[in-house]
Design a protein around this ligand. Structure first.
Ligand code: ZN
Length: 454
């Protein structure tokens, strides 16, 4: 459990380059990177070892309200009524509570098999919109939470300027999200000074409706956006598509593709409501479709055109977004099951005969997640971050499973996670199902929750 140990490991099966490799050995150096194996007798680490999954979309504070918006309101409930609950909850959160919530969330992520998180962070200022004495206080709370938990972080401070496609000002409850372009760039440049092997800083544009059309060009062409990941919420809601058509004469994804040089640095979060042409254009651009199936189901968003996107060669990854669920297993299951329910076919994500659905989904989500994170992750390979998970050799789920069936059993057949050990950045953060600091972090979370909800 040393912080800077070097290791030599051997796995019964290691997930590598889209398949299981038998009796694979690898090293981990003291900087937390994978190295070639140098020992004659590496330590046996487990029978099924996989790269940890990146979580490409998170709003950490929303974990604390998971389950609090499942009671029917007076009228028809939708994304927009959920958002009202979320806003009133957000108004009570400050840097200390944010850190308490985020640490607990990141511990849960690691235990579930996520070893990296992209934090789409818009809770910047005090509840009345006044900046904190230290303007980046809320961002620093997230960085500290990630450090405590031991998860890699891509921090995406969000630019949020207006309250609708018509460019209206932010409402009272949105004011704490807002920046003008100059203040945002200053936040970004301060945060970029904190980048390290564990923390990457990218850019997030909240949504098309949050960036006034007249500000778009100066934002999008700014030097600060020329490197690193760029994430944006897009086409999550039918109402958003209609408003964009009414004000800008184009659908959101169509408008975005016509007004920015979208490439593989971009992550289009949700991208739920797409025409066939938009689907093909995203795939061609190399951008990632950032899918959040449990949140999209919980909010009643709709279903992504998975088969068409995969057939067009598109790149996708998964995120837990509102954190109604924290499990890569459940995200990938829902991604597939939503398609099965709507098409009345099985094995949709496997596009070719004899392909495994589980292997296809894990492979795609690793690749897209790593791309969205802008970090050297997503494979147990030389010079990559040593982020991997070890499944429980004793799990009945994996009894008599071989290289053709293990991944599908892991993803589709269990209700208790078989993720037993997790290494992140070369450190054991989860051993025998327990996180190294989970008792202290959970106790602090309970105290924070009582102050918020009690
Ligand atoms: Zn989101």
């Amino acid at each position: 459990m040393s912080d800077a140990a070097a290791y030599q490991f051997k796995a019964g099966h290691l997930w590598h380059e889209a398949q299981w490799r038998n009796d694979a050995a690898f090293g981990v150096d003291s900087t937390g990177k994978i190295t070639p194996v140098s020992s004659e007798s590496p330590d046996y680490v487990g029978n099924w070892v996989l790269p940890g999954m990146p979580n490409l979309h998170s709003h950490a504070f929303q974990r604390a309200m998971a389950g609090l918006a499942e009671r029917r309101g007076p009228g028809d409930d939708s994304f927009w009524t959920w958002r009202e609950t979320m806003y009133s909850f957000a108004a009570r959160i400050g840097p200390d509570t944010l850190q308490a919530i985020a640490s607990q969330l990141y511990v849960e992520m690691l235990k579930a098999g996520y070893t990296q998180v992209c934090e789409f962070h818009y809770l910047h200022h005090q509840p009345d919109g006044t900046p904190y004495a230290q303007p980046e206080a809320m961002s620093l709370a997230l960085i500290e939470a990630a450090r405590e938990a031991g998860i890699a972080l891509t921090l995406l401070p969000v630019l949020y300027m207006s309250g609708g496609f018509d460019g209206r000002p932010l409402s009272a409850r949105q004011r704490r999200f807002g920046h003008d372009v100059d203040a945002y760039l200053s936040l970004l440049s301060n945060l970029r000074k904190l980048e390290s092997a564990d923390v990457r800083v990218g850019v997030a544009l909240h949504s098309l409706r949050a960036i006034p059309e007249q500000a778009w060009r100066s934002v999008i062409e700014h030097e600060a956006l020329k490197t690193g990941p760029v994430h944006i919420h897009i086409a999550e809601q039918i109402g958003e598509v209609q408003d964009c058509l009414a004000t800008r004469g184009a659908r959101p994804v169509e408008w975005l593709l016509d007004h920015a040089a979208i490439d593989r640095r971009w992550c289009l979060v949700h991208a739920t409501h797409l025409t066939d042409t938009e689907t093909a254009r995203i795939a061609r651009s190399g951008a990632i479709a950032g899918l959040c199936p449990t949140t999209e189901a919980n909010l009643g968003d709709g279903l992504f055109p998975l088969a068409r996107f995969m057939d067009a060669g598109g790149t996708l990854g998964i995120g837990s977004d509102s954190h109604i669920s924290i499990s890569p297993i459940e995200e990938l299951r829902w991604l597939e099951y939503g398609q099965r329910l709507s098409t009345r076919h099985r094995n949709v994500a496997a596009r070719h005969a004899d392909e495994s659905v589980g292997e296809t989904l894990w492979r795609h989500a690793l690749k897209g997640g790593a791309q969205a994170a802008g970090m050297p992750i997503g494979a147990v390979d030389t010079d990559m971050r040593a982020d991997f998970i070890v499944l429980d050799n004793d799990s009945p789920l994996l009894a008599a499973r071989d290289h053709r069936s293990a991944m599908d059993s892991f993803l589709f057949a269990g209700n208790v996670s078989p993720v037993r050990h997790v290494m992140a950045g070369g450190k054991w953060v989860v051993r025998d199902f327990r996180h190294r600091d989970e008792t202290r972090i959970a106790a602090r979370y309970r105290t924070a929750m009582l102050s918020l909800v009690g």
